[in-house]
Ligand binder design. Structure first.
Ligand code: GDP
Ligand code: MG
Length: 581
């Protein structure tokens, strides 16, 4: 982390010059403001420096995500992790309960199953882990915190009620996260059920049923009457096989905190979803800003266990403090390391709270250049009526070019709600409103997470702003700007060979570091960088019209009478119309 002042000092430039550069990027920073990595590297680059980013802590060693550095022979198949989503009252809770009870009915555990935030079910194709918190809000809230905890989404749609707004929201949330969807068409026991109608409706939202030649698995079920639940589980197993989910159970465990609470008897208790490796009683660990040593582990059957492996949910005791849902959990080598890391994270956390602008904003867009998704502008769009929504979608998507793309990751009619803001936050999107409002809770969330929300009354204003933002994404065009002209009047040979040209500046000026283009007898003969520029014996940065100076240009052998054009390279923002479609 570096402030404007620190960066300026390191480069030996005036802090004000750094601030000006930042303004050019659409970032309005004060001298003591901390800069994010991207902004700092762009500014450093502009001043001719290469920025080397050094991790403050060896965090990356801990956050081995999904077995990246794992050697393939150590990877073993792991159970899929499933989240259930869908519109309210379509049967998410009933489905989760029915699947859980079928397990109890099979006599696997001794009676009452305890809710610990997730549970596992045995199927013909192996274990499946279900997350207990249904709905896309919890899912996206985790994703906004950088945690990827779902392999497969089951989208519950009532065969009686059909596709509803939250059904579409759920689809968009799953798609934005790149998680495959299995559709459970629920309530088929009811007389009015029309599962085919659901297929048609969802096909219109990009979920083509497999039986129609598409890619999405559909399964008709009844959560209440327990119809086809085994088939649904089989489909989950199938989808999991396609995904080839693997992890190395032998390494130190890491995972995600699903829930954490303070229990009056047991102290701080967290539910952990193990993602890779194994956690064992006695392991030292960090979880977000907290650390500890595992005192006890309890599985989803309420049984004490010594160890838990990939995709297993487990309750964990022995944490100092209470971590947050979505925190990353990692086993480390010993207590001391755990404490050190937690303390450093707390420090970093405090500092990060000071840094603003976590997310994409329309003006801040340019500062994102170089990042992986830099050329996409993600948008969540809400409008008052279907007509204007469609018109806006069409116009905005039409702005995409081969270099920068508008991606409307979610759109809908009505006010901006918390779910919209969560999605925008997790996907680094800007939220645009057309003749609608933002709900107070959603506004709070947007303010807290730094999600940009913009309201418009006029279609052209909205489109104009997006256009301007996209233009900021285009690589600038480099143009030659002639800043002055002059001629060679004298030649002074140098002791070590070469010549200095004594020049008279006729127009404009000449600057050191700029280019000189040389014309002799009407023909252009050479061009090169102005290496040295002197007034009498002194090195100078520039020389104005009407004055004389000594110039040396790399690789140019001057003659008397040479005509010079002084040029600097400037980068210019390009218009969208100059970018190929
Ligand atoms: P959620 O809001 O998506 O969690 O929905 P719930 O699981 O709470 O279910 C909403 C209502 O639908 C409840 O009254 C359930 O009893 C009922 N329900 C859920 N699944 C079925 C089903 O398969 N058939 C019938 N007839 N009713 C169901
Ligand atoms: Mg429910």
């Amino acid at each position: 982390m570096i402030t404007v002042r620190e960066l300026a000092e390191k480069m030996e430039v005036k802090p004000n010059d750094v601030i000006k550069k930042l303004m050019g990027l659409g970032i309005f920073a004060t001298i003591n403001q901390r800069l994010d990595q991207e902004a700092a590297s762009i500014v450093a680059g502009d001043f001719g420096y290469d920025l080397k980013v050094v991790a403050m802590y060896k965090e990356e060693e801990l956050q081995i995500s999904g077995g990246q550095k794992e050697s393939p022979e150590k990877l073993k198949p792991r159970p899929p992790i499933v989240t259930v989503m869908g519109h309210v009252d379509h049967g998410k809770t009933s489905l989760l309960d029915a699947i859980r009870q079928s397990r109890v009915a099979e006599g696997e555990s001794g009676g009452i199953t305890q809710h610990i935030g997730a549970y596992q079910v045995k199927t013909a194709k192996g274990l499946v882990t279900f997350l207990d918190t249904p709905g896309h809000e919890a899912f996206t809230a985790m994703r906004a915190r950088g945690a990827r905890v779902t392999d497969i989404v089951i989208l519950v749609v009532s065969a009686v009620d059909g596709v509803m707004p939250q059904t579409i929201e759920a689809i968009d949330h799953a798609k934005a996260a790149g998680v495959p969807i299995i559709v459970a068409v629920n309530k088929i026991d009811l007389p009015g059920a029309d599962p085919q109608k659901i297929r048609t409706a969802l096909a219109n939202h990009g979920l083509q049923p497999e039986e129609w030649g598409g890619k999405t698995i559909f399964q008709d079920v009844s959560a209440k009457k327990r119809i086809n639940l085994d088939k649904l589980l089989e489909m989950v197993g199938l989808q999991a096989e396609i995904l080839e989910l693997k992890a190395n159970p032998e390494r130190p465990g890491h995972g995600i905190v699903l829930e954490a609470r303070l229990d009056p008897k047991r102290g701080s208790v967290a539910t952990l979803l193990v993602q890779g490796g194994s956690v064992k009683v006695g392991d030292a660990f960090v979880a977000g800003l907290c650390h500890g040593k595992i005192k006890a582990l309890v599985d989803d059957n309420g049984q004490r266990v010594q160890t838990a492996g990939p995709s297993a949910p487990v309750e964990l005791m022995g944490i100092m403090g209470t971590p947050q849902a979505g925190d990353i959990f990692s086993v480390v080598s010993d207590d001391r390391q755990a404490r050190d890391i937690a303390e450093k994270r707390q420090l970093l956390n405090r500092e990060q709270q000071l840094a603003h602008q976590r997310h994409m904003t329309l003006v801040g867009l340019k500062s994102q250049i170089g990042g992986p998704a830099a050329k996409d502008l993600n948008i969540v769009l809400k409008a008052d009526v279907q007509g204007s929504l469609q018109a806006l979608r069409d116009s905005l998507e039409g702005l995409s070019t081969s270099e920068c793309r508008v991606r409307i990751i979610h759109s809908g009619i009505g006010n901006v709600n918390e779910s919209d803001v969560l999605l925008a936050s997790a996907s680094d999107a800007v939220t645009l409103l057309f003749r609608t409002e933002i709900e107070p809770r959603a506004q709070e969330l947007a303010t807290r997470d730094g999600v940009e929300v913009r309201k418009y009354q006029i279609i052209y204003d909205l489109i104009g702003d997006v256009k301007a933002a996209l233009e900021g994404l285009l690589e600038p065009e480099i143009v030659d700007v002639v800043i002055g002209k002059g001629e060679v009047r004298e030649l002074f040979p140098l002791k070590g060979g070469g010549k200095v040209a004594g020049c008279f500046i006729r127009e404009g000026k000449v600057v050191r570091g700029g280019l000189a283009k040389v014309t002799r007898n009407g023909a252009s003969v050479a061009e090169g960088k102005i290496g040295s520029l002197k007034r009498f014996k002194d090195d100078v940065k520039e020389v104005e019209k009407g004055l004389e100076c000594g110039i040396q240009v790399e690789g140019v052998d001057f003659q008397k009478g040479d005509q010079l054009e002084f040029v600097v390279k400037e980068s210019r923002t390009r218009r969208l119309s100059q970018s190929p479609q």
